[in-house]
Ligand binder design. Structure first.
Ligand SMILES: [Zn+2]
Ligand SMILES: [Zn+2]
Length: 1019
């Protein structure tokens, strides 16, 4: 038996009930275990970080994962769903630093790494309970009990194994390079991290700074230049703080340079700059006294603006191999404070003379290596100037900018200062401006496999497809080696030890190897936490010289952890060989688009390096989530939508449905509680009302779904079953191409047709009192549609699908699966798909909708019957269809005859209202005869009585007696149309006169006339 269904429903309440049902019957685990072990569909969970509350963007990714894996489960695949948690790295460290009020890395060192890391470990699961609760509430079925956790010893050991593989193949190396460095976090960032932190329109100083030639160079140049005046190279820069580190100037050897004389308060002076840029840099008021080629400037010397050596900064130089070495006292670099020729000098901005500080820029560093430049590093790793005796000593570099500018100005070394706005990188975690800073780091040589990275990407299906060649493809094309080490504390320790005697390195790939190589084996075996500082205490014996080896200080980039999850989640290769082999690569992953440079990249890079394989075959890439106005959500703007608020307001199904159908995955989406509410009304309530309608009449009529109908079904039923099977086919195709959005939209369109066409046009079949074959067919057809919908909707809106399935299926068929999520995906019966019938019906819908437009233009209610409708088809062949469909069209338009015409002009009569669209035109003859007017009033009376039945709280099937008294005309119509009124209102009789005492009575006014109507139940 069906349980009665109220048309009023609270989805959040309904969902709580379903959650209990799933839990009691352990449906989630059954949905995996009941599928064959040899038919796997592999899904990887990208591990989130549980040290902050989950946001709505996490809900977005989680439901898109869920919809696909539920679909695959229903298709008969076994889909294991191991959860995962990311734990290492800056997110935890920053939180702990904040709670302790730390400002820099040294604070951590003096506090103690042991206690610091203990707190980080605690911090990473601060919000675990909330994450688990939200995951369950939105019905993201995930195996939380078996989650992989990146900070366990097993996980770390697998990462060590991966590092060792790279090490043994020469794919891991240490290099002194300019890397993007966060001075607050005190660590390098990888390229993909930098890519996440660019900010547009960042203001920075732009200055024209003067470098005075040495007197010797002035003389050398003077031979070409008549007259005498102090001469300067004019350079342009946006980073004043790098000027103390200047050790060279670069010019374009091919370009023309001008010696321009300008009048200054102190007398004339000469500035050297690119001839094509004099106007831009100097404005008016200069005179070119000579021209020289760039190559002639090379080798000239100038006086440094500052001498950091006087501040105690070490002078370094590049040796033969291009490595940085300290210069002995008295030793000088090959070149210092001299002009070099270079091919990267821009002649479109600045002055054509580039200030070079090898300690701070990638190009500068490379030029330093190539030319043997002096290397000076007057900034420490915290971004503070090391410049005792100067006004900017100890200042953070960006704060030093102004002070340096003032100082240069005072010393007449500044020509001009301006402010520019440009794009500048900031730390993606803490928001500090990044510095390009030369220091040693460990690199993974991803460039060695660049061609494979690109080639393997060809085997990956990206949704949306443009990411493959676009965002991700470009990223791979521009691949540079992965800066994989971090000078931090809470992370997978880099398993590299260095001999303190001979400098030899040793990479450790397992605990067993560590035990074997340790100086103190017992101590190594007793190690029960592989993190710093414990692992740092294990010394190894050097096989080269017998010296003692200590671990290098760095930890691994946290993105290495998550990129290693395909094997590390199984502690491969130390155990679970077979499980790993079965579950690599993944069939499907899904995350937000920022992961193209994060997790998507590290998965792909490590899989290519270690296995020469793709890591995932299909990936859905989700765009950003914005607020209702289309602005980015941020705490500072206060426009963040809190997931629980919207879940409590509308339920998880409504949130899921909105996220799936409102916007395709690859497009930024707007989100607000109101938008979810709109979606709920448009779809879920339409579905629910149809379901409630069905159950109500099924109960009245005692419909038994086990009874099969015989013979051919009526046209309307055949139409809806045709649409239903076409829908099953379409939704399956969309889901097979990882497109839940179009799949969901197709379901929504069907539900709309089901409710607003099929049910509306079948109402009379359900209402009528006799239980004949036609009524049974209507029940059977609507039942089939609803049951199929529960299965199609199960991956999308798992709660309401379950609720309906339990009532529609489980209550009658105990042999069927106990949950819709254990059921099989429906198969389309294409023999029931009738293209012509569907096309015809579309045509009727179209004409009917045009007719309604024409009516509302003329201000005539649909209840008022009209005599004639004129229709002009798009082309003559359509006439046949229209004639065939005339009864339906007339019924929809409440008119009595349909006439086809050939020309638009046939429609333009005085007595017509016209509407046209898409080549169709329709005209309603709006003359209302007295007979038509009577009919219209009869319909209006029925409408009022039906509303009164509802107001009186009668059941739909209750029989009644109707009383009426009032306007003569209305009473006459009650009499002349009594059969019609009785039938429509389920009235046993119509009584002229005052109502009985117990009747529900209302005063009504119709067409300006008063009538008292009353209804009373009469079983
Ligand atoms: Zn930072
Ligand atoms: Zn050694």
């Amino acid at each position: 038996m069906f349980q009665p269904v109220s048309s009023k429903v609270s989805f959040p309440q309904l969902e709580e009930g379903i959650l209990r049902l799933w839990k009691e019957r352990d449906i989630f685990h059954k949905s995996i275990d009941q599928r064959p072990e040899d038919r796997l569909f592999i899904f990887y969970e990208g591990p989130p970080y549980a040290n902050a509350s989950p946001g709505i963007h996490h809900v977005l990714a989680r439901v898109f994962k869920d919809v696909m894996v539920r679909y695959k489960t229903m298709q008969g695949y076994r889909v294991p769903r191991k959860a995962g948690w990311d734990t290492h790295g800056l997110p935890a460290e920053l939180e702990v630093e904040r709670s302790l009020g730390f400002k820099s890395k040294t604070d951590i060192e003096s506090f103690g790494i042991e206690e610091f890391n203990r707190r980080c470990r605690q911090n990473v699961f601060a919000y675990l309970k909330e994450w688990e609760a939200l995951t369950e509430r939105i019905a993201f079925w995930l195996d939380l009990d078996q989650a992989y956790i990146t900070c366990t010893n097993d996980y770390i050991e697998s990462c060590w194994w991966a590092v060792k593989q790279l090490w043994d193949r020469g794919l891991m190396y240490q290099d002194y390079r300019v890397t993007p460095h966060c001075p607050r976090c005190g660590t390098s960032l990888s390229d993909h991290e930098v890519a996440q932190g660019y900010r547009e329109n960042t203001p920075d100083p732009a200055l024209y700074v003067k470098f005075r030639l040495t007197s010797e160079s002035e003389q050398r140049l003077g031979q070409k230049v008549p007259g005498e005046a102090p001469t300067y190279f004019l350079a342009w820069t946006t980073t004043p703080w790098t000027l103390p580190g200047n050790t060279a100037l670069a010019v374009d050897p091919e370009a023309d340079y001008a010696v321009a004389e300008v009048a200054r308060r102190q007398g004339p002076e000469r500035l050297i700059l690119a001839a094509g840029l004099t106007g831009l840099s100097l404005g008016d008021g200069y005179k070119v006294v000579a021209r020289v080629e760039g190559r002639e400037l090379a080798g000239l010397h100038y006086q440094p603006l500052y001498d950091p050596r006087a501040w105690g900064v070490d002078a370094l130089g590049f040796n033969q191999e291009g490595r940085l070495v300290a210069l002995e006292p008295g030793e000088t670099a090959e070149k210092a404070h001299t002009v070099i020729a270079a091919d990267f000098v821009s002649l479109s901005e600045g002055t054509g003379i580039v200030h070079m500080a090898p300690a701070f820029g990638g190009e500068d560093f490379e030029a330093g290596k190539a030319e043997g430049l002096l290397f000076l590093q007057p900034v420490d790793l915290r971004g503070q100037m090391t410049a005792p005796g100067t006004p900017f000593d100890g200042l953070f570099v960006k704060d030093a900018d102004e002070v340096i500018l003032d100082d240069l100005e005072q010393r007449n070394l500044l020509l001009r200062r301006e402010t520019i706005h440009h794009t500048y990188p900031f730390c993606w975690r803490c928001g500090t401006p990044l510095l390009y800073y030369a220091k040693p780091s460990w690199y993974i040589r991803t460039t060695a496999v660049k061609d494979r990275l690109v080639a393997l990407n060809q085997q990956v299906n990206w949704y949306p497809g443009h990411v493959k060649e676009g965002r991700f493809g470009n990223w791979l094309e521009n691949n540079i080696d992965w800066a994989a080490s971090r000078e931090r504390f809470w992370g997978t320790p880099l398993p590299i030890w260095r001999c303190q005697e001979c400098g030899q390195h040793q990479c450790i790939g397992s605990l067993a190897e560590l035990h074997e190589r340790a100086e103190d084996r017992a101590k190594a075996e007793a190690l029960d936490d592989l993190h710093r500082p414990y692992v740092d205490e294990i010394a190894l014996a050097c096989r080269q010289c017998g010296g003692s080896m200590r671990r290098v200080v760095e930890v691994l980039d946290v993105w290495f952890d998550s990129g290693a999850m395909p094997y590390a989640q199984w502690h491969y290769p130390f155990e679970n060989d077979a499980t790993f082999a079965r579950s690599f690569p993944a069939d499907f992953i899904c995350e937000a688009v920022d992961q193209t440079r994060g997790w998507f990249y590290t998965l792909h890079a490590l899989a290519t390096l270690l296995f020469d394989s793709v890591c995932f075959r299909n990936v859905i890439c989700l765009e950003l989530i914005l607020d209702a106005k289309g602005e980015k959500m941020s705490k500072s703007k206060g426009n963040v939508v809190e997931p629980w608020a919207v879940l409590n307001a509308h339920g998880a199904d409504a949130v899921r449905w909105y996220l799936f159908t409102a916007t395709p995955p690859g497009t930024a989406r707007r989100f607000s509680t109101e938008l979810v509410g709109e979606g709920l009304r448009k779809f879920l309530l339409t579905l629910w009302n149809t379901y409630s309608f069905f159950v109500t009449y099924a109960l009245i009529d005692g419909f038994d779904p086990r009874r099969q109908t015989q013979g051919e079904r009526p046209l309307l039923d055949r139409w809806v079953l045709s649409e239903l099977n076409a829908l099953v086919n379409r939704v399956s195709l969309y889901m097979d191409s990882y497109n839940p959005t179009d799949a969901g939209r197709a379901i929504q369109a069907f539900v709309d047709d089901l409710s607003n066409w099929y049910v509306r046009r079948s109402r009379r079949r359900f209402w009528k009192s006799e239980s004949d074959a036609d009524k049974l067919a209507a029940h059977q057809t609507l039942y089939t549609c609803l049951v199929t919908l529960t299965k199609l909707l199960a991956p999308f809106t798992p709660f309401v699908a379950e609720e309906m399935y339990q009532n529609l299926v489980c209550s009658w068929f105990p042999e069927e699966p106990e949950s819709v999520h254990l059921a099989r995906w429906p198969q389309a019966d294409m023999s029931l798909v009738d293209e012509r019938l569907m096309e015809d019906t579309r045509l009727v819908m179209r004409i009917a909708s045009l007719g309604r437009n024409a009516r509302s233009k003329a201000g005539i209610k649909v209840r008022q019957p009209l005599q004639q409708v004129l229709v002009k088809p798009r082309y003559p062949a359509e006439s046949q269809a229209l004639e065939r469909l005339a009864p339906q069209i007339l019924d929809e338009l409440n008119a009595k005859e349909l006439t086809l015409v050939d020309e638009d002009t046939d429609l333009q009569r005085e007595d017509t209202a016209i509407a046209a669209e898409g080549g169709y035109a329709i005209a309603l003859v709006i003359t209302i005869t007295p007979a038509l007017a009577d009919e219209g009033l009869a319909r209006e009376l029925v409408h009022r009585l039906q509303t009164m039945r509802k107001n009186a709280g009668f059941d739909i099937a209750d029989r009644i007696v109707t009383y009426y008294q009032g306007s003569e005309e209305l009473c006459r119509i009650m009499e002349t149309h009594s059969d019609y009124v009785r039938q429509e209102t389920l009235s046993r009789e119509l009584v002229a006169g005052p109502p009985s005492a117990g009747a529900h009575a209302e005063e009504q006014k119709i067409a300006g006339q008063a009538i008292t109507l009353a209804v009373e139940r009469r079983p």
